[in-house]
Design a protein around this ligand. Structure first.
Ligand code: SF4
Length: 376
């Protein structure tokens, strides 16, 4: 889908998404659509909103969102509303609806929504292991991460078994038309860094439903895990750098930064022949201290390796050490995403070609909207 052209004086859809993801939005009706996500691994404190036909995750529970100049109208009888700034309508919105699989529970009474949740409008997402060796110590934890918060609040369970994930995935496909799945994990003790539980989970899911799956973990200590994960049914792999400059990595994620950039690059080089060009990706959180030039520089290296660099705006999640850290400005995001989209187009390494996962979903960033706008 190409982003619609903006009327004169109004932001384009990709500019509007950059603005909303940077500033957040105030909701007139907080209950509209799927429940917002709080805590958990990865970006959080946001809500799925469909803006001009493109579903994105927009911060709603962060400090900037409470003071955002952007207001989302309550949806009307047709489910539509508008995004307003200073009373001026900038785009149309709607909200993906609560999925039907949320009403189901396992035989022992665990609601399916505690096992996996809907992201965007067609992605099933889970954190297979909701604990992490890096989270227990304030000196080692990734400063942006809230993996323990949803567990402490009783919104999820610590370990999702392969059988539970298979049952939820089957229901999400059959009842709600989910099209791909993201499985991330906290990092367990042990050299496989979570690859083993991801592989076990994928093989149970693929035995009951044909659903493309992305696995996300740190680089395992043995590259043989890439073939094992792929053989188990993991279609795409995410190994997330988060930050790219060594000093920023050491400050923001002191535990994870002990795995050096060089190991990530080696692991990417080993994984791409297994999963395929464009089917290995990394998440880069812009706004944590890396310059735009540093992010674009490593993105060039990654693209040459056949790795999709999914650059997303950092979201300051409440309750984390970085809750008061500013979100990146829309201008900073545009300065990265516009040239990055052009680089990805030149390399023919696009979100549209990814089989499963965050890069394909794209809801946490305006990157794929920039890719489509380039075509338009
Ligand atoms: S980009 Fe990833 S983390 Fe963000 S909504 Fe999509 S699947 Fe979830």
């Amino acid at each position: 889908m190409n982003s619609p052209a903006a009327p004169a004086g109004r932001p384009s859809t990709e500019q509007l998404i950059n603005e909303l993801q940077s500033s957040g939005v105030r909701l007139i009706d907080p209950k509209a659509g799927v429940e917002s996500r709080r805590g958990g691994a990865g970006p959080s404190d946001h809500k799925a909103i469909t803006v001009n036909g493109i579903t994105v995750m927009v911060p709603v529970h962060t400090a900037p969102a409470f003071d955002s100049p952007y207001v989302a109208e309550a949806p009307d009888a047709t489910g539509r509303g508008r995004i307003l700034r200073d009373g001026i309508a900038l785009g149309t919105i709607s909200f993906p609806q609560r999925p039907r699989f949320y009403d189901l529970s396992t035989a022992d009474g665990i609601p399916y929504w505690k096992i996996a949740v809907l992201h965007g409008n067609d992605v099933l997402a889970t954190t297979v292991l909701q604990s992490c060796i890096r989270y227990r110590s304030r000196t080692k934890t990734c400063q942006f991460c809230a993996i323990g918060q949803s567990l402490a609040a009783g919104r999820t369970i610590e370990r999702k078994t392969p059988a539970q994930l298979a049952a939820v995935a089957k229901a999400a496909v059959e009842l709600d038309g989910v099209r791909h799945m993201v499985m991330t994990t906290g990092t367990p003790a042990g050299g496989d860094r979570g690859a083993a539980i991801l592989a076990d989970s994928a093989s149970a899911i693929k035995a009951v439903v044909d659903l493309p799956i992305q696995g996300q973990c740190e680089p395992p200590d043995d590259d043989a895990w890439f073939a094992r994960m792929h053989d188990a049914g993991i279609d795409t792999l995410g190994m997330h750098l988060e930050a790219v400059t060594p000093s920023v990595r050491a400050r923001i994620m002191p535990g994870k930064a002990t795995v050096p950039l060089a190991r990530y690059l080696d692991a990417f080089a080993a994984a791409v022949p297994v999963f395929g060009r464009g089917q290995v990706s990394t998440y880069i959180l812009a706004g944590l201290g890396d310059s735009a030039a540093a992010i674009l520089d490593i993105a060039g290296t990654l693209i040459e390796l056949g790795v999709y660099p999914f650059v997303v705006p950092f979201v300051p999640i409440s309750g984390t050490p970085l809750e008061g850290h500013p979100a990146p400005t829309a201008a900073f995001m545009h300065a990265i995403l516009a040239p990055l989209a052009a680089m990805l187009r030149r390399a023919d390494l696009l979100a549209a070609g990814i089989k499963a996962g965050c890069g394909k979903c794209g809801a946490c960033s305006a990157l794929s909207t920039h890719e489509r706008a380039d075509v338009a």
